[in-house]
Design a protein around this ligand. Structure first.
Ligand SMILES: [Mg+2]
Length: 390
């Protein structure tokens, strides 16, 4: 089998990322979305979504590379290759883009391509990605509703009650207005905690820079971050997430050592090397590699081994279309321990329409993990074609 095409598909929507003042649902990236489609001469096709600067990513995948290795574009590195050789191709893409890649945009594109290759591999093998990763350890996993902070306590209460009514047993609020007014931050968290009641889990993602500001404001100091995790503990918070500058590993280690609540982080990190350093310094209790950023399923498999050796948990970050949720569920089914799947309840019309999936909460607030080569996810190609950017 040979790869015949690596197509970046740039989609345009009409909504913007925002959280409302009231209880109304927030909206994720509604303006642009990038998909990657890898086609083969055997008729098998792999799809993946990627959270990145979508218009620029098109050039990284399908643009013109330069002659020297290290400055090649990803698509040209793959044409004619066997899509089943996922580890070899990961190295080829990494080295081939190393002088402009390694992290950020190029790594995010590499991640999507890797996920698409795993989808092709599952179809070729006639078994789920989980089985290719080492086998299913669970059939379902607890879902947490993942959304943005609302601007008022009343909005938080209404939103939290809405997730309870939908059957969620865990909810995460992130970013939005959090960090702009410390007094209001406490009121927002208290309102969510009260509305969820004692039997449901509340997760908090304060953001590592003040969100919604057109100018980046001052970030919390080390001492302020220690104070933050201490008052969050008063509200029985399940974890505090991604609240420190992502390059400041030592700060993470210091705050985690003092924190009465678990520290979750890693959505900004990529590759086994970065996660390896993060783990070695003792930065987090829960690692959150995002399959569309960290290097894809190939790299997540390596991060999973590092985490297991170190005795830390993994809960993949996944706040995009059902393609990413589906790939994340396949990884989750293979993890030694898995407390959650992150479920994006704030999908825009664009991210919601791209793929269909049977993911639904059961009576315990859990989602069944499909054991099929497609992971239960089907791309709506009519929707995709209708939203292609000119
Ligand atoms: Mg986060």
């Amino acid at each position: 089998m040979r790869i015949t095409e690596v197509e970046p598909i740039l989609l345009r929507g009409t909504e913007t990322y925002h959280a409302g003042a009231g209880g109304a649902e927030a909206t994720d990236n509604g303006d642009w979305q990038l998909l990657v489609r890898v086609a083969t001469d055997a008729g098998l096709t792999g799809w993946a979504d990627v959270e990145t600067l979508a218009p620029a990513a098109v050039a990284v995948i399908a643009g013109a590379g330069m002659s020297s290795l290290g400055f090649r574009t990803l698509g040209e590195l793959l044409l004619g290759e066997d899509p089943l050789d996922t580890a070899r191709l990961w190295d080829r893409l990494y080295v081939g883009s190393a002088y402009y890649g390694r992290r950020g945009l190029a790594m995010q594109c590499l991640s999507a391509i890797d996920n698409a290759l795993w989808s092709i591999k599952a179809q070729a093998a006639g078994m789920s990605i989980t089985r290719l990763l080492g086998g299913r350890r669970r059939d379902r996993v607890l879902a947490y509703a993942s959304t943005l902070f609302r601007a008022t306590p009343e909005g938080m209460e209404a939103a939290a009650k809405g997730y309870v009514a939908q059957g969620f047993r865990a909810v995460k609020f992130g970013w939005g207005v959090f960090g702009q007014d410390p007094g209001r931050d406490r009121e927002l968290v208290a309102a969510a905690r009260a509305a969820l009641g004692p039997d449901r889990q509340l997760l908090v993602d304060p953001g590592w820079y003040p969100a919604g500001w057109t100018q980046p404001g001052p970030m919390r100091t080390l001492r302020e971050n220690i104070a933050l995790v201490q008052w969050l503990a008063d509200h029985d918070v399940g974890w505090c997430e991604d609240f420190i500058h992502p390059e400041r590993f030592e700060d993470y280690a210091t705050v985690r050592a003092e924190s009465p609540v678990p520290v979750a982080a890693g959505e900004q990190l990529a590759t086994r090397w970065e996660f390896g350093r993060f783990i070695a310094l003792g930065c987090a209790d829960i690692l959150q590699p995002d399959l569309s950023r960290c290097g894809g399923l190939s790299e997540a498999q390596r991060i999973m081994a590092l985490a297991e050796d170190a005795g830390v948990e993994i809960v993949p970050h996944s706040w995009l279309t059902h393609l990413l949720t589906g790939h994340s569920l396949q990884l989750i089914a293979a993890l030694p321990r898995a407390r959650f799947v992150e479920f994006n309840v704030a999908q825009s019309a664009l991210t919601r329409g791209i793929a269909r999936a049977p993911f639904a909460l059961d009576a315990d607030g859990m989602i069944a993990i499909p054991d099929t080569p497609d992971g239960g996810v089907t791309v709506d190609e009519d929707f995709v074609n209708a939203h292609r950017a000119a």
